[in-house]
Design a protein around this ligand. Structure first.
Ligand code: SAM
Length: 300
């Protein structure tokens, strides 16, 4: 019942938005005032995207998508349902940790039964909620999390950190969360500096810093050099098809880098949908988390 109400609300919401966008675009087009062609194209694209979601509603089969997702986990030797049980306990005891959850929580929870993971690197600490989850899931591991220095211009300009008071509050909350973790080392430097530390080796790496060119390509290559033998690398926000790319949030950079490494015979990869709830499981909103392993490490 709840699902039906949510979907109806979603459709009404989309319809109202489509109407508003259309009126706005038409008005500006007819009067030739203030709207450059690019803006008009962007609005048209957004209307098209909303219509695609509307159409998707009628063919969306959550149960089928769920079965596919569970079987993707099976294929890479992980148990998704068991991971959800682990996470449910953690969320109950640590309110707020689930706010930014996506399939990466489930993947890392599923992998946490692997006793061989002793060193973990996270590129992109952000609010440290995932860092905290890692420290709970892997209490015996040594975790390094990296983010830009607090005074770095990109740090200040991205992720709604441009207003000084809000930024200071963000920094203070992030730092308290990190201090509450017994096994976390917080490194405040550009992830590019990993190039100087390629002798460091990590059993598990979470690549979740900048998501566009050129940073994502370099983060992936540096991380691969820092991956311990038989280690696992996961890469967040992998889009396989996008009409617009930017340097920080969204691009096909990760996917193209993964393909180049695969074609060079260096890695094997699997793509796991990042979200499967409507409307994320199909269509243009679909993005992935990539699991990457070094091919030679897993040859029989
Ligand atoms: C998507 S957020 C990370 C989210 C977090 N890993 C999680 O799972 O909740 C991306 C973070 O990467 C950081 N970042 C962006 N470029 C970076 C760089 N070159 N080096 C280190 N961190 C970077 C940003 O400041 C931001 O806090």
């Amino acid at each position: 019942m709840n699902l039906i109400v949510t979907r109806c609300y979603f459709i009404i919401h989309i319809e109202v938005k489509v109407e508003l966008y259309t009126k706005f675009a038409l008005k500006n087009y007819l009067t030739f005032r203030g709207l450059k062609l690019q803006k008009l194209l962007n609005i048209s694209q957004r209307i098209l995207d909303k219509l695609k979601i509307f159409k998707l509603y009628f063919s969306y089969d959550y149960q089928e998508i769920l079965v596919k997702q569970n079987s993707l986990y099976d294929q890479i030797g992980l148990n998704r349902e068991k991971a959800h049980e682990t996470l449910a306990d953690i969320y109950l005891n640590h309110p707020g940790l689930d706010i930014l959850k996506s399939e990466h929580h489930t993947l890392f929870a599923a992998l946490s039964s692997n006793q061989k993971i002793k060193t973990i690197l996270e590129i992109g600490t952000y609010a440290a909620s995932f860092t905290k989850l890692l420290s709970i899931l892997y209490p015996d591991a040594e975790i390094t999390t990296m983010d830009l220095p607090d005074d770095d211009p990109i740090f200040k300009q991205t992720y709604d950190r441009n207003i000084i008071n809000e930024r200071l509050r963000f920094i203070s909350e992030r730092n308290s969360l990190i201090e509450s973790c017994a096994n976390v080392n917080f490194v405040q430097e550009n992830s590019l500096l990993l190039i100087n530390n390629r002798d460091l080796k990590f059993d598990l790496i979470w690549v979740d810093g900048a998501h566009g060119y050129p940073m994502i390509a370099m983060d992936i290559v540096n991380s691969l050099s820092c991956l311990a033998k038989k280690g696992f690398m996961f890469i967040d926000d992998v889009w396989i098809d996008r009409s617009q790319n930017d340097s920080n949030y969204r691009s096909i950079g990760a996917f193209e880098s993964i393909l180049a490494l695969k074609n060079a015979g260096l890695i094997d990869y699997a793509l796991i949908p990042k979200r499967i709830e409507f409307p994320h499981g199909e269509g243009h909103l679909k993005k992935y988390i990539a699991r990457v392993i070094r091919s030679e490490d897993f040859k029989e």
